[in-house]
Design a protein around this ligand. Sequence first.
Ligand code: TYD
Length: 220
Amino acid sequence: MNTEVKRGRFITLEGGEGVGKSTQVSRLVERLRGAGVDAIATREPGGSPGAEALRHLLLSGKIKDLGPKAEAILFAAARIDHIDRKIAPALAAGTWVVSDRFADSTRAYQGLGGLDPGFLHALEHVTLGEIRPDLTLILDLPADIGLARAAQRRGSEASDRFEAEDLGFHAALRQAYLEIAAAEPARCVIVDAGLSEGEVAQAIWDTVSFRLLARAAHGA
Ligand code: TYD
């Protein structure tokens, strides 16, 4: 009898501020479970106790003073804990993992901090080890619309470290994500986040069904 557990699939949702990732992560996990797939939702920065502690520091803006290199390294440190404690064990147990942000957030956000691309590439290499998303959904929205949505969601709370950056930063961020998608079409799919919540959920589900579920059913 073959008792080997089939590795779970790793799906990441990415995009700028206010594109609706967290809602879509929950909807996707619910739908996967409804289809009989064992799946968990997680997020970055965070997702494990150590990484959640670093999240607090990173989003408070206190780390910004240490400079872009140290900030990128701390995002990576949080990611290592998240991978080791949560993502890798879940995938090994056959559970699908859906993460609100992952390594592309470092590529896009920290990539705008004037860091040497070789440094970010090397950092990603040592951080991820063998772990790579099977599918990355990039939720795309004009920066001004995303920022307005994020501000509405936040209400009277102060904006966090990155939301507080200017419109030029957020427009460049959108471009950075589109470039990631163009460079890795086998992994990345762009989703129009300007559609209704239900339509975005359906577009995501169609992509996951086509790219992952159909192949999983055929044993690929
Ligand atoms: P969060 O409150 O999760 O925002 P969002 O709803 O936009 O995902 O805050 C995460 C912030 O951290 C977000 O502004 C993006 C930023 N970030 C990075 O700059 N680099 C990273 O590697 C990650 C994971 C997040």
